[in-house]
Design a protein around this ligand. Sequence first.
Ligand code: KMH
Ligand code: ZN
Length: 270
Amino acid sequence: MNKLMITVALVGAELKKEDTPYLPVTPEEIGEAAAEACEAGASIAHIHVRDQNGHPSQDRELYRQAIHEIRKRCNIIVQVSTGGAVGMTAGERLQPLSLKPEMATLTTGTVNFGSGVFMNSPEIIVTFAQEMQKYGVRPEFEIFDVGMIANALHLVKKGYVTGHLHFDFVMGVPGGIPATAENLLHMVNQLPKGATWTVAGIGRHQLPMAALGVVLGGHVRVGLEDNIYYRKGELATNAQLVERVVRIAREMDREIATPDEARQILDLCR
Ligand code: KMH
Ligand code: ZN
């Protein structure tokens, strides 16, 4: 079977240090957490950044510092968020793209997000895709519900996204698609030939969706952005969540992709 890419979603925008002391928030902490996760087997780090008060931010300078701290320590692929936090403007969210990271998220639709609304109008989606093209950044389509796949493929048809197509199915957000095996298969079946996919289950869905990703030949995202527990009542570190997926994959005879192997799978080596 193909090698498994593990994405670690290190930070997110919704959690606080009070929720878990293991949450990295400063650029140095993000760099450390990325290096530990990479050592454990992660090939992609999906990152958000926080300001000095720990609040979610899309500030370009903070991203520059966090990426610098990661690069100092390891070879992991850096994937910046363009989702940011609910309520941020498109201009705020776009800031890290001008740093020309290897990858960035691109959410192709609006979705209820807990008690908020994660806004992605047709205009925003096209603008974000164009900015990624301009800076040579590979998008990861961030799919929170099934209609977003058709929106992503529409962007491809119109030429706003070219090259290798990679999707991340984020399942179990309150307001988004429920995390079930049937729903995952339904989404996988809609992808064009040659596209790759990752699955990210939220909260208690992280572990079963990761196991499904391993056995179905997809790829897996874990990390504190999506789930802070190792098991009920026991907090996890980012690296521990990665290590568990590595163990599951090895038991299933699936090898783990290094960052450079992930670059080849995603055709980032241009
Ligand atoms: N924080 C969510 C509203 C992304 O990183 O692109 C959006 C999010 C998706 O986390
Ligand atoms: Zn995110």
